[in-house]
Design a binder for this molecule. Structure first.
Ligand code: MIC
Ligand code: SF4
Length: 640
């Protein structure tokens, strides 16, 4: 067996481990962050379970830290109190980005981790099966429920050779993205093997598994080996080490080989993480902003490499350089060893340990700016500036370009940039609050920004509605439910968010949906890629969306639609996509019966007098869930 199969086998609750079939796995650990967590805990409360049943659940505050009104602080207080009551550890604002902190302090090889954030696969860097999901799925897992996924295919990425100086882990994942594209990982786990693995430290491995989310993969994973052991030892957690490796004769569904010694510095060009080219080919474009940090590249090692480059230099006068160390541990260590002073002296603007500019929480660049970022996503408008041109690069390329003022290939550098893995990290968990032993007396505090979330009703005999929007391929959840400094404070306020649904595609969509009492969304392939935010389903539900007909869906968003009782359908014949126009009246007859019984159903276009065959690739459990109006109703009904 390969590593993926071994961990799944150890956690299998139901189903057969045959690729493409639905399986259920037991979840050992969960994590949430604040922008999806508020909703997840409201949903957990609605389930009426007094204490979490996982081995470890942690709630992080890292996204909504720009407190420009009472909203974020209110949500933080709600999360702090609700977690204390129900048995969840609370990582206070300032303690760092969820994935970075979880890797440092809580992740355990061989265990399963479900997180309400699409970059949860960061944990794959220490051999966890770490999966991103919608908040409701995480709430169910906290309550002891299994997590349902399609048994993935496993792709072997065979790493041979060793990286050359100045070529980074970021360049490895950019190369994988170049090969597989943003939809190449759907339904797959990307498993790294080969002699090249042992040349990579845990933080480097985690950069790769983190950004594997951009492939649409279920997750990515590395073996747990001597390198993992020394990382855990340096974190004072040697007892958490378990060796995990694939069998010699392990079988994989696909295989790719990457020769690390042949890689060169790469960049993802605007506006997709798979739009990859070499830094050399892109050329010496002038840079306006450089942003270093995010859950992809904010480890101690990354920060030390950046500090080495900046030491004794000055940031170019036309560049704004911002740096956010990934965690309090990293921040503390670089402040104690003087690296932070080197950054400050060079003119870097230091931000708190949080997501910050990665999710448009501040530091939006100027009009038409070229912004180099060490982050994982460069979707159009995500920086908060619609016209910005965002390039994703390694910390080395970013730091060097901040000094020269133009995109610079770091292989042009002449000095050594080697940083040793520390033998001991600075350990101080004083910003993690333990839950109350018994939560009965803890009062949960909810500010006025926290509104009820919508719950669907049972599916009727007929689903009728207009086609309200038609969007192209690769629409992200950042398009469906945009996030920026103005909107993130309203993640617990669905009515407010509803006015902005799909606005980057068509700012009249929300109004049209409200005027027509809901209807259908028509989409191209890979609809809903990116973030795990279930708001991209809850807001359409609030607007009365009954179904989405797409060429194909991204995994987490499709699960979120099903959880909300919105029917995801794929065109049997993709050419039918071209036949549907906005305002066409669509109808599904005998809906509940057909959804329960058929893999293929008919959508009638009443306006044009046409019929289209669409697939509903759902498991029996999902069909029942659809008909009952989503996961919450299903959980209530089936636990009666
Ligand atoms: C992201 O990177 O897009 C986010 C913000 O972390 C999201 C979660 C969210 O939308 O709150 C994610 O990756 O799931
Ligand atoms: Fe935060 Fe960005 Fe990572 Fe999402 S991708 S968790 S916004 S740092």
């Amino acid at each position: 067996m390969n590593i993926t199969q071994k961990i799944i086998k150890d956690h299998l609750v139901s189903g057969n481990m045959v690729a493409g079939e639905e399986i259920a796995i037991r979840i050992d650990q969960t994590l949430t962050q604040d922008s999806t967590g508020t909703m997840a805990y409201l949903e957990f409360e609605a389930m009426g379970i007094p204490r979490v049943k996982t081995k470890r659940s942690v709630a992080y505050i890292d996204h909504n830290t720009l407190q420009s009104g009472f909203e974020n602080a209110d949500d933080q207080k709600f999360i702090q109190t609700v977690t204390k009551k129900h048995g969840i550890y609370f990582s206070r604002p300032g303690n760092g980005i969820c994935h970075q902190v979880h890797l440092e302090r809580f992740g355990i090889p061989g265990q399963t981790l479900l997180g309400s954030d699409s970059h949860t696969p960061t944990g794959g860097g220490i051999g966890m099966l770490a999966i991103g999901a919608g908040g409701l799925d995480v709430a169910v897992a906290m309550g002891g429920g299994a997590y349902y996924i399609t048994m993935p295919k496993v792709v072997k990425v065979n790493l041979v050779g060793k990286l050359n100086k100045w070529v980074a882990a970021k360049d490895i994942i950019l190369e994988v993205l170049r090969i597989l594209t943003v939809k190449g990982g759907v339904g797959k786990v990307i498993e790294y093997t080969g002699e090249g693995v042992k040349t990579l430290t845990v933080p480097e491995r985690s950069t790769i598994t983190n950004m594997g989310a951009e492939l649409g993969a279920t997750t990515s994973i590395f073996p747990s080996d001597e390198v993992t052991k020394s990382f855990l030892k340096a974190q004072g957690r040697e007892e958490d080490f378990v060796e995990i490796k694939a069998d010699e004769d392990a079988v994989y569904d696909e295989e790719i080989t990457i020769d690390l010694s042949k890689l060169v510095p790469l960049a993802a060009k605007p506006h997709m993480p798979d739009n990859v080219d070499t830094v050399k080919n892109i050329g010496k474009i002038k840079v306006d902003q450089v942003a270093i940090g995010s859950c992809t590249n904010s480890s101690y090692m990354d920060m030390m490499k950046v500090a080495r480059i900046l030491k004794g230099k000055t940031v170019h006068e036309d560049v704004s350089l911002v740096i956010a160390p990934g965690s309090k541990q990293v921040f503390n260590m670089i402040s104690e060893n003087g690296a932070l002073a080197d950054m400050i002296a060079a003119g870097a603007r230091i931000l708190e340990s949080a997501c910050g500019p990665c999710i448009g929480m501040g530091q939006s660049p100027k009009t038409n700016a070229v912004s180099l970022r060490t982050f994982n996503r460069n979707f159009e408008g995500r920086s908060g500036t619609a016209s910005a041109q965002v390039y994703l690069v390694s910390p080395e390329t970013a730091a060097l370009s901040a000094i020269t003022g133009y995109l610079t290939d770091p292989t042009e550098l002449e000095f050594s940039n080697h940083v040793d893995m520390p033998e001991k990290f600075l350990i101080n968990d004083n910003m993690v609050v333990a839950p109350a032993k018994e939560g009965d007396d803890v009062e949960v505090i909810k500010g006025p920004n926290i509104k009820e979330f919508p719950v669907n009703t049972k599916m009727g005999d007929e689903i009728v509605g207009k086609s309200l929007i038609k969007v192209e391929d690769n629409i992200t959840t950042d398009h469906i439910m945009p996030s920026n400094a103005k909107l993130l404070p309203y993640r617990s306020n669905i009515p407010y968010l509803s006015s902005f649904c799909l606005a980057p595609c068509d700012d009249k969509f929300s109004q049209r949906a409200k005027e027509n009492g809901g209807g259908f969304i028509i989409a191209g392939s890979n609809y809903g890629q990116g973030s795990s935010r279930e708001h991209a389903a809850l807001v359409p539900l609030y607007l009365g969306i009954k179904g989405v007909i797409a060429k194909s869906f991204a995994r987490i968003h499709m699960a979120n639609l099903i959880n909300s009782g919105i029917l995801p359908m794929t065109f049997t014949n993709e050419a039918d996509y071209d036949k549907i126009d906005m305002y066409d009246e669509l109808k599904i007859e005998n809906a509940a019966k057909n959804v329960m019984e058929c893999d293929e159903i008919i959508v009638k276009n009443i306006t044009k007098g046409e019929e289209y065959k669409v697939n509903i690739a759902l498991s029996d459990r999902q069909r029942e869930m659809m008909v009952l109006g989503g996961l919450l109703n299903y959980t209530r009904e089936t636990s009666k």
